[in-house]
Design a binder for this molecule. Structure first.
Ligand SMILES: C[S@@+](CC[C@H](N)C(=O)[O-])C[C@H]1O[C@@H](n2cnc3c(N)ncnc32)[C@H](O)[C@@H]1O
Length: 307
């Protein structure tokens, strides 16, 4: 399948520096010159799909921003492009753009969607390849909503203000910037906790903090945005307070994520691959067999600010 690229319908949205035809072997590397922490493969598409529905179910929708007939929407580091495709269907009058550093993942997800016949690529949706850690190649004030979801996986802590600065610049006055992200996962389960601590160490070695959720509101305020609103949702896969609606999706997503970092954990010398896999197997079986005692919980944050 060839790379799908549509020209903007509105001439004002020019993007000369984004390279839709770039070959993935020449793409810039995420997070300070290192490969993206979760790697690349089609398994990642399913994991991101789980995550998409978890966010939707726990917040009761895909965005908090009060949108009124938006004309232009941007999804930063759009992953599979599912969020952007959904917005394009919801707002047929709008032009929706998603960009990500991983062209192959986008293409594979679009191909998968096309096969179903239902999850087609809407006419008003465009995907580009681009690096969110560099200045965005869109004119000032282009978008009614600029979304970035689950981007703590690659934005180094030191670069959050710059990335939110780029998002704010391309948002139109009166438009909204929205961030959705995770806190750190907690669990009374010893294997799961050990995995979480070691995963956080791996992330820290790359300058990233995968639990950025609680800081999102402050980031938006620091960027000068007004009317900042923050919502949090505690997601649980089980335990005394019972599972929340997206809890099983969260656990499946988290276990898949921990599985994906196995090579990086071993390469960094944090844990041997064999022991990491054994801990994972233990966490998988005990959370499945004893969800009342062996569970995971995490706080999600959604934050919006108006330009
Ligand atoms: C955890 S996923 C979230 C994807 C999407 N926002 C979602 O919520 O489904 C993080 C995404 O960031 C992308 N990514 C990693 N480094 C990037 C960079 N420097 N610029 C743009 N995208 C990047 C990855 O390819 C991946 O698709």
């Amino acid at each position: 399948m060839s790379w799908i690229f549509r020209r903007f319908r509105r001439a004002t949205l020019d993007h000369p520096q984004v390279q839709p035809m770039a070959s993935s072997s020449t793409l810039p590397l995420a997070s300070g010159g290192r490969p993206y922490i979760f790697g690349e493969s089609e398994g990642e598409i399913s994991r991101l799909d789980l995550q998409h529905y978890m966010f939707r179910w726990e917040f009761g929708g895909d965005y908090l921003a009060p949108l009124d007939a938006p004309l232009n929407i941007l999804d930063v580091a759009c992953g599979t492009g599912r969020w952007a495709r959904d917005r394009a269907r919801e707002f047929p009058q709008a032009t929706v753009i998603g960009f990500d550093i991983n062209q192959q993942q986008l293409e594979a997800s679009l191909a998968e969607g096309a096969q179903t016949g239902i999850d087609y690529l809407p006419e008003n949706c465009t995907f580009l390849v681009g690096n969110a850690l560099e200045p965005f190649s869109f004119p000032d004030g282009s978008f009614d909503l600029v979304m970035a979801r689950a981007t703590s996986s690659f934005i180094p802590v030191s670069q959050w203000p710059a990335v939110i600065g780029h998002m704010t610049r391309v948002c139109r006055p009166g438009g909204w910037v929205e961030l959705r992200d995770f806190g750190l996962v907690h669990s009374p389960h010893s294997a799961l906790n050990e995995l979480t601590v070691k995963f956080a160490n791996l992330a820290a070695a790359r300058g990233i903090y995968p639990g950025a959720g609680p800081y999102l509101g402050d980031y938006l305020r620091a960027a000068g945005l007004r009317n900042v609103q923050v919502r949090q949702a505690a997601v649980r896969s089980g335990g005394p307070q019972r599972a929340t609606r997206g809890g099983r999706l969260m656990l499946a997503d988290y276990l898949a994520l921990l599985d994906r970092v196995t090579p990086a954990i071993a390469q960094a010398g944090i844990e041997q691959a064999e022991r990491w896999r054994a801990l994972l197997a233990q966490a998988r079986s005990e959370t499945a067999l004893q969800p009342d005692y062996c569970y995971a919980e995490v706080e999600l944050t959604a934050a919006i600010g108006q330009r």
